[in-house]
Design a protein around this ligand. Structure first.
Ligand SMILES: Nc1nc2c(ncn2[C@@H]2O[C@H](COP(=O)(O)OP(=O)(O)OP(=O)(O)O)[C@@H](O)[C@H]2O)c(=O)[nH]1
Ligand SMILES: [Mg+2]
Length: 196
C-alpha cells in the first residue's frame, strides 16, 4: 500500500494558496487564476528514500462565505501551510483568526504547521521579514518566505512540512506502542493509593 500525507492550504483570499499548490504539483504559475470556490485537491507521488509517498494537497477558499464549508475537510489533515501575502497587511493580521479556527477543528499535537509569507517577489512589501519571523516564533512553527510566481522556496517549504509530518507520525506511533507495551502492574501503580 502506498503511504499518503494530507496537506491543507489555509489563509485569507488572494494570498496565493492555489498558486503555491499549482507551483508545487504542476510547476506552473498563472497571473490570472479563479478564486477557489469551496474545496478541491491535487496530488502527486514523490519518492521518499526507498518508498513512495502520495502527497495530497487540499486547497480551500479564503473568501469568508466559504469558510464554514471547510471543517469536514480539516479532518485527517496532517500539515498546514498557513499563508499570508507580504503585500497584504490584512492577510497577515488575519493569521491569528485562522490559527484559532484551525485549533478548534484539529488536534494540535497531530498537525504540523508552517507560516508562509508568499509573494516575496514583489517589492512593495507591507509586512517585514522580522514581523513574519516573530509571529512564527509566537506559534513555535517554521517560517518560509516564498514566491509561487518565481518558485522561490516553494519546494523547500513543502519538503519541510512533509518531513515534519513523517517525524510526527513516527513519534506518535512510538508513543502508542510504548503505552501498549506498558506493563499493567506499572499502570496500576500510578493510581492514587488509599490510606485506609
Ligand atoms: N506576484 C505574485 N503574485 C502571486 C503570487 N502568488 C499568487 N499570486 C497572484 O495572486 C492572485 C491570487 O492568487 P490565488 O492563488 O488565486 O490566491 P488564493 O489564496 O488561492 O485565493 P482564494 O482562492 O480566493 O482563497 C493571482 O492573481 C495570482 O496570480 C506570487 O508569489 N507572486
Ligand atoms: Mg484559491
Amino acid at each position: 500500500m502506498q503511504d499518503k500525507v494530507k496537506i491543507l492550504m489555509l489563509g485569507e483570499r488572494s494570498v496565493g494558496k492555489s498558486s503555491l499548490l499549482n507551483r508545487y504539483i504542476d510547476d506552473k504559475f498563472y497571473d490570472t487564476i479563479q478564486a477557489t470556490l469551496g474545496v478541491e485537491y491535487k496530488q502527486k507521488v514523490i519518492t521518499n528514500g526507498e518508498s513512495q509517498l502520495t502527497v495530497q494537497v487540499w486547497d480551500t477558499a479564503g473568501q469568508e462565505r466559504f469558510r464554514y464549508i471547510a471543517p469536514i475537510y480539516y479532518r485527517n489533515a496532517q500539515g498546514v501551510p498557513m499563508v499570508y501575502s507580504v503585500v497584504d497587511r490584512d492577510s497577515f493580521n488575519q493569521v491569528q483568526t485562522w490559527m484559532d479556527y484551525l485549533k478548534d477543528q484539529v488536534d494540535n499535537q497531530l498537525i504540523s504547521i508552517i507560516l508562509v509569507a508568499n509573494k516575496c517577489d514583489l517589492e512593495n512589501r507591507h509586512v517585514s521579514t522580522s514581523e513574519g519571523q516573530e509571529l512564527a516564533q509566537l506559534y513555535s512553527v517554521r517560517y518560509f518566505e516564498c514566491s509561487a510566481k518565481t518558485g522561490a522556496q516553494v519546494k523547500e517549504m513543502y519538503s519541510e512540512l512533509i518531513q515534519q509530518i513523517l517525524s510526527k507520525r513516527i513519534q506518535n506511533n512510538e508513543e502508542s506502542q510504548r503505552l501498549r507495551n506498558f506493563p499493567q502492574d506499572q499502570v496500576d501503580n500510578t493510581q492514587p493509593q488509599k490510606c485506609c
